[in-house]
Design a protein around this ligand. Sequence first.
Ligand code: SAH
Length: 194
Amino acid sequence: MTPLIAKVTFVALMVGWYVIRRPYERKASRARVVRSARDLRETILLLVSLTGLGIVPAVYVATGFPRAAERGFEPAVAWLGLLVAVASLVVFRLTHKALGRNWSVSLDVREDHKLVETGIYRHVRHPMYTAFWLWALAQALLLPNWVAGLSGLIGFGILYGFRIGREERLMLDTFGDQYRSYAARTARLIPWLH
Ligand code: SAH
């Protein structure tokens, strides 16, 4: 593993992410939104997350900026990053497969929205956020730069921290006891742990 291959791996993670998401974006956009918790705060959170997971590392990979924040490159750490990147894509694919048309980039309830409790949602209720945490971790392991490496954990961490309570409230308001019992037997991010 070399710094160049590590950067290429990160770009492949971004491309893989897009390829997985694109068909579901189309599918979901055909289902009308009937209830939403989207607001300015949500939009700002999405931008913060996009900046940390996408823009800052993309600028770094393309230009090397900010050079003052370079850290030493450890091949073993970058190899671990590659494994985490693959895990992130696998989990991301499984979440989209299970959520299908119920997916949304923000907090929406669609026409005929179904509460998904099967597939990867059987043991964890926010596996797509697990996949984003894995992306952020892969970024930190792959990119030998303190700013570009850690910006994903910070950017996504802010979105997650401010969004998760609201999302669970929206699901509770929409699905009532069905969500209450689903939440009681599932973990948020890591099966049986958290
Ligand atoms: N938090 C989930 C989904 C993220 S996508 C995860 O991490 O996997 C966000 C959208 O998914 C929200 O608009 C919400 O309405 C919807 N959603 C969240 N959990 C859901 C579930 N179990 N079944 C169906 N839709 C869900």
